[in-house]
Design a protein around this ligand. Sequence first.
Ligand code: CP
Length: 306
Amino acid sequence: MNHILSASQFNKGLIYKILLSAKKMETALNKGRVTKKLHDKIVACLFFEPSTRTRLSFETAVLRLGGQVIGMENGSVSSSAFKGESIPDTIKIVHGFADLIVMRHPQNGSAEVAAKTSKVPIINAGDGGNEHPTQSLLDLYTIKQETGRLENLTFTMVGDLLYGRTIHSTLTMLSLYPKNKFIFVAPKQLKLPEKYKAMLKNRKVSFKETENLAEGLKFADVIYMTRVQKERFSSKAEYEKLKLAYVFDAESLKQIKKSAVILHALPRVGEIAEVVDKDPRAAYFRQAQNGLYVRMALLQYALGLM
Ligand code: CP
């Protein structure tokens, strides 16, 4: 079964295959000629945490491919999880109804737990502050579209690198490609976890850490801004102190390369000023749109239809 649980399960060959399929999906959608490969499939979208882009792009992807969707958008309160049902018990029910399960859950490692029980493929749509592998594939698709390559790039990743699951998954994939470098800009409370730094050292990938945004911006080919993840903080006061530690604004635009690309998984809550949106280097809304094409490809991969 092709579960999609972690960025670490992807090698360059598989990433290439998925990005190529996503490009075909984009072209087919633009021409109005999508093959209904999921015509006999039901996909369950189980969301125990809020989502706009991930849930709706997965659901749109299923519908565009001719499949049908069941699910929950507010599972922590609207499903029997509210009464205390465990993840394995929920999966034991849903895998009897659906051909594939897309799940977002606040618990780190929840997708692995679900996959251990499931008789159908599980796609991790975000497990706590751990990983978000499908976001990373759409990030790579966007980087390739915007820069023409996935190697020999300097990435400046900014903000909540501790809880930012997108960062964990995306840097895991990007560090597979030669000559990529990383600059991590974060307050000391939100630094990248040690295990990712150990992975980079093991792969002999160059990186540096700084608290100075300007230092990170000037060398970047790709700037990846993040939201400080309010929902992971136990102290509201600590969140308030850190939430706007870094803001990318009109001044920041003057500091970056003419060829730079600005990404953000979204939603943003102040860390990119709206004035930045009209700059052609701001790619974050194109990035979100690419999620549809990449998830159309991933559904087919997970179901063995690619
Ligand atoms: N990027 C992302 O995961 O957005 P949502 O939380 O809206 O799904």
